[in-house]
Design a protein around this ligand. Structure first.
Ligand code: ZN
Ligand code: FE
Length: 255
C-alpha cells in the first residue's frame, strides 16, 4: 500500500509534506518552513511524527525544525555535507544512501545546484520524490551556489527516475514559472494545457503541487534543454544541452 501524502502550505509560498504509513502508524515530514501548520496537520490526523527529512539549509526549509522536534521528538535526517549549517542531525546522509522511512526504502539523491548539498528523497515504492528547490513545478530553483553544469546534472538524475513519481517540490511558484515557460514554447500543446490547469487551480487558491514527472518532462523548460526546438527557441541551435539550460536559467533570472 502506498504511503499517504499530505501537502501543507507554510509561510507565504512554501510547502512541507507529511507521509504516513497506515499499516505501521509511522509518519515522516519533509522540510519544516514553520512549526504551527505542521503540528496542526499532525494533530487533526492523530499522527505521531517519527522522522524529519531536510532537503537543504535555507531558512524557509528548516526554521521550524527546533519547535517540531521539541513537540514530537522526531529524528532529524539531512545531508552530511551540509551538517554545519543544518539543525542538529540524528542521521547524516549522502548521495546513494538508502534509508528505511515509514517502512519504505528511501533513496537519497544529491541534487546540488540551488545550493550545494541539496538532497532529494525518492520513495520508489510509493512513486514519490521530494525535490524542494531543485526540480520544481514548471521550474527549477535559482542557482545560488551551484554552476549550471552541476544543476543540470542534478535535474537529469531526477528526470531519469523510473515509475513516473509525483514530484513534491518546495514552493508555489508555478504560475510565474508558467508565464516564463510560455515565452519559450508557445507551440507546445502540453505546456499550453498545463498552463490552463495551473491558472484554474490558482484561481481556486489550490496548490499546483505535487506534479507528475511525466508532466515536467513534457512541459518544464529546464528538462527540455536537449530538444532541438528549445535550442532554436533560445537562438542556440548548436549549443550543448548544458549551455541551453544555463541560458534558460539566466533568462528566467531576468524575467
Ligand atoms: Zn531554497
Ligand atoms: Fe525555498
Amino acid at each position: 500500500m502506498a504511503l499517504e501524502l499530505v501537502t501543507i502550505p507554510c509561510l507565504t509560498d512554501n510547502y512541507a509534506y507529511l507521509i504516513h504509513n497506515a499499516a505501521t502508524g509511522e509518519t515522516a515530514l519533509v522540510d519544516v518552513p514553520e512549526a504551527l501548520p505542521i503540528l496542526a496537520a499532525l494533530q487533526v490526523r492523530g499522527w505521531r511524527l517519527n522522522h524529519i527529512l531536510i532537503t537543504h539549509h535555507h531558512p524557509d526549509h528548516i526554521d521550524g525544525v527546533p519547535a517540531v522536534v521539541a513537540a514530537t521528538g522526531a529524528k532529524v535526517t539531512g545531508a552530511r555535507a551540509d551538517a554545519h549549517r543544518l539543525p542538529p542531525l540524528d542521521s547524516k546522509v549522502a548521495d546513494g544512501d538508502t534509508l528505511m522511512i515509514c517502512g519504505e526504502a528511501c533513496h537519497v539523491i544529491d541534487v546540488s545546484g540551488h545550493s550545494i548539498g541539496h538532497v532529494a528523497f525518492h520513495f520508489p515504492a510509493s512513486a514519490l520524490v521530494f525535490t524542494a528547490d531543485s526540480l520544481m513545478a514548471l521550474g527549477c530553483g535559482k542557482l545560488f551556489e551551484g554552476t549550471p553544469a552541476i544543476a543540470y546534472a542534478s535535474l537529469l538524475k531526477l528526470a531519469a527516475l523510473p515509475g513516473d513519481p509525483l514530484v513534491c517540490s518546495g514552493h508555489e511558484y508555478t504560475a510565474g514559472n508558467a508565464r516564463f515557460a510560455a515565452t519559450l514554447e508557445q507551440g507546445n500543446p502540453a505546456l499550453m494545457s498545463r498552463i490552463d490547469r495551473v491558472t484554474a487551480l490558482r484561481e481556486k487558491g489550490e496548490p499546483t503541487v505535487p506534479s507528475r514527472l511525466s508532466d515536467e518532462l513534457a512541459t518544464n523548460p529546464y528538462l527540455r534543454a536537449h530538444l532541438p526546438q528549445m535550442k532554436a527557441a533560445v537562438g542556440m541551435p548548436s549549443a550543448t544541452d548544458t549551455e541551453v539550460f544555463a541560458e534558460i536559467r539566466a533568462r528566467k533570472d531576468r524575467f
